[in-house]
Design a binder for this molecule. Structure first.
Ligand code: HEM
Length: 318
């Protein structure tokens, strides 16, 4: 695909470091098999322009709504669309990570849209406008409508996001710098859809639940190292102060079917950090000491995308 020659002197990123908002749509689309590459490329160019347009429009129309849409591109889509080579250094197909009991599955995904807004109406409109364009060339395989649950709690009842980087650290940990100069301002976007076994979770006492997470439930205080179980989520997901990611998980689901879940989403300057966390959680550290949160949470999707800078999206657009 012919791309415009972008000017990389002033790099603008997509809204990857935004804080979680009240409402989110997550969409994963896969290109249809029977559509010509040139048709797919033509629509893709318009989608890039649309995403830029929608973000600008949100700023103008609803300046305080913290509304945004981030687009990510999967490895196979990058190849099919003939986007620049060499590829972002760590963009590849996510390989499943298998532990003795739990597996981080790998599922296909060509384009990912992460739509945030304080008002669900706005998120809905954006999802709708994008879908109108995408439906000719692709099928939506994942649609999750996430909501903010109380004071930013996961549906397991624990505050989710506390140990995220804050302030300028968010850019430091989420955005690519001169390590991969052609992709400066971009970010690795990794997602997993989890379904929880809430019946089993509710059978645990609050103390037992706190031991699963490694934090207190009501006050969200981290356990000290002597008290925190080695198989707790915070013990295994924390791989050091220099290796962080920006997470923006959202609860979702259906109450009556009891199919409630967490859409895990993170942005990282390097995918290796995410892989290390996943390996710690699923394989365990040491191997076998896996994350106890997985006994109550099953992954049904797992896909890596790359979220290019706005300037790069602009260079792809038509
Ligand atoms: C079932 C899905 C998940 C749920 C419900 C969940 C929930 C939580 C909660 C409640 C916390 C404690 C508060 C906080 O710092 O945010 C936490 C921490 C954390 N989670 Fe998760 N999480 C999930 C999956 C993941 C995955 C897949 C990763 C990494 C690939 C991850 C990485 C982290 C990290 C890095 C921390 C901070 C640890 C620390 O420094 O103390 N989480 N998560």
């Amino acid at each position: 695909m012919a791309t415009k020659n972008p000017s990389y002197t002033h790099m603008r990123s997509q809204n990857v470091t935004d804080y979680p908002n009240n409402n989110t749509f997550f969409l994963v689309w896969n290109f249809k098999e029977n559509i010509t590459p040139s048709k797919i490329q033509a629509v893709f160019q318009r989608v890039c322009a649309l995403v830029i347009n929608l973000n600008n429009s949100a700023l103008d129309r609803f300046p305080n709504s913290r509304a945004s849409c981030v687009m990510g591109i999967g490895y196979e889509a990058w190849i099919k669309l003939e986007l620049p080579k060499p590829l972002p250094k760590e963009l590849k197909k996510f390989e499943e990570i298998r532990g003795i009991k739990h597996t981080a599955v790998s599922t296909p995904g060509d384009l990912h849209f992460h739509i945030r807004a304080d008002e669900k109406s706005y998120a809905y409109d954006v999802a709708n406008i994008i879908s109108d364009l995408m439906k000719d060339i692709a099928q939506c395989h994942v649609e999750v409508q996430g909501f903010r649950y109380w004071d930013s709690r996961s549906i397991l009842g624990f505050v989710d996001g506390t140990e995220n980087p804050h302030g300028q650290d968010r850019e430091y940990f989420a955005l690519i710098d001169e390590v991969d100069p052609s992709y400066r301002g971009g970010s690795y976007l990794f997602v997993q859809k989890y379904i929880h076994n809430l019946d089993a979770w509710k059978e645990l006492s609050i103390k037992e639940q706190e031991n699963v997470i490694g934090r207190s439930k009501e006050q969200d205080i981290e356990m000290d190292d002597q008290t925190k179980p080695a198989n707790s989520h915070s013990a295994l997901a924390n791989i050091g102060d220099d290796l962080k990611i920006v997470r923006d998980n959202m609860p979702f689901g259906s109450v009556t079917s009891n199919e409630m879940g967490t859409y895990f989403i993170c942005y990282a300057s390097t995918f290796t950090t995410v892989e290390k966390m996943l390996t710690n959680m699923f394989v365990g550290n040491p191997p076998g000491n896996y994350d106890r949160i997985l006994d109550f949470s099953t992954t049904v999707t797992g896909t890596l995308f790359f979220a290019p800078s706005i300037d790069m999206l602009d260079s792809f657009s038509a």
